[in-house]
Write a protein that binds this ligand. Structure first.
Ligand code: IPM
Ligand code: MG
Length: 358
């Protein structure tokens, strides 16, 4: 059956990098992948066209789709809009609206790029880590939230970090399943020494661990996890954590690999429907110049093939094609070594298509 893929380019470098991922999808289609591609508006682009970062039409398109490919949202020109109209709300609205609670953020170091990391090669070479981030709960969505005025006229801002046991159990099971298919080691990250809600997180992880006796569960406080990530990252295989801790730790993990421009992500619902996007943002400082790295978005297509389209062989082939272009020495500016020539966004996309078809 034809699978519907919704493409949401978004803002900043989003349209440029998504255009290259689209070339890849079209090449796969020419090679027999049965998909139908459709585009929609999200973020600042949607706000400009329709006055809202997540128009009802986009949400409806997303609900109909089997998988979604998103570029990036946001930009400085939108920072003074009221919160509900900012581009980020488009993304958060899609995550919540589609119940995409399980966010997979792999940090894989391509051996060709070992020198691109700011960490010593021996610390990061061979790194292959998966962060499983809870994506539709926690402090990002907890109520009450806001800024209120106190009796003395001072303002007070507040947000709520809240998790139900069922939400913890759901993301925990998702992470255990992933750990099972990898190195059978799961590290749950919390702040149970200070925060009651993450003490419940830890207890819940320990309770469900009984159903996954083949996986070794460990726990780390988030501050220590941040330190271990940059000290000896290879001790870690799969990490599972809350929405905000996962946001922070996944940026740190991305840098271990040399460039945030290389890393894809998947956000999945309970049935495997997913939204796929690069981990990096809209990079307004380089937008429109044709120099952004499209590989994170292209690798997001590989994750889509694997997790939503049941096309593992094509996912492996696409990842291999990315390896081939790196072997050929092609580098966008973000992953080029000092003094090394770099190629454009489009040239990188074309090279992946050629490697895939060759
Ligand atoms: C991410 C981003 C988003 C987040 C922003 C753009 C809302 O940083 O996907 O990591 O905080 O989740
Ligand atoms: Mg982030």
């Amino acid at each position: 059956m034809t699978k519907k893929i919704l493409i949401l380019p978004g803002d900043g470098i989003g349209p440029e990098i998504v255009a290259e991922a689209r070339k890849v999808l079209e090449a796969l289609e020419a090679g027999g992948l049965d998909v139908e591609l459709e585009e929609g508006l999200i973020g600042g682009a949607a706000y400009e066209a329709h006055g809202h970062p997540l128009p009802a039409a986009t949400l409806a398109q997303a609900e109909r789709a089997d998988a979604i490919l998103l570029g990036a949202v946001g930009g400085p020109q939108y920072e003074n809009l009221e919160r509900a109209l900012r581009p980020e709300q488009g993304l958060l609205g899609l995550r919540a609206g589609l119940k995409l609670f399980s966010n997979l953020r792999p940090a894989i170091l391509y051996p060709q790029l070992a020198a691109a990391s700011t960490l010593k090669p021996e610390v990061v070479s061979g790194l292959d880590l998966m962060i499983v981030r809870e994506l539709t709960g926690g402090i990002y969505f907890g109520q009450p939230r806001g800024v209120r005025e106190l009796e003395n006229g001072e303002k007070e801002g507040f947000n709520t970090l809240v998790y139900r046991e069922s939400e913890i159990e759901r993301i925990g099971r998702s992470a255990f399943e992933i750990a099972r298919r990898r190195g059978r080691k799961l590290c749950s990250v919390d702040k149970a020494n200070v925060l009651e809600v993450t003490e419940l997180w830890r207890q819940t992880m320990m309770r469900i661990a009984a159903d996954y006796a083949d996986v070794e569960l460990s726990h780390m406080y988030v501050d220590n996890a941040a330190m271990q990530l940059v000290r000896t990252p290879k001790q870690l295989d799969v990490m599972v954590t809350t929405n905000m801790f996962g946001d922070i730790l996944s940026d740190a993990a991305a840098m271990l690999t040399g460039s945030i421009g290389m890393l894809p992500s998947a956000s999945l619902d309970a049935d495997g429907k997913g939204m796929y996007e690069p981990i990096h943002g809209s990079a307004p400082d380089i937008a429109g110049q044709g120099i952004a790295n499209p590989l994170a978005t292209i690798l997001s297509v590989a994750m889509m093939l694997r997790y939503s389209l049941d096309e593992n062989a094509r996912a492996v082939a696409l990842e291999a094609a990315v390896g081939t272009v790196l072997d050929q020495g092609l580098r966008t500016r973000d992953i080029a070594a000092a003094g090394q020539a770099s190629v454009s966004t489009a040239a990188m996309g074309d090279a992946v298509v050629a490697a895939l078809s060759g």
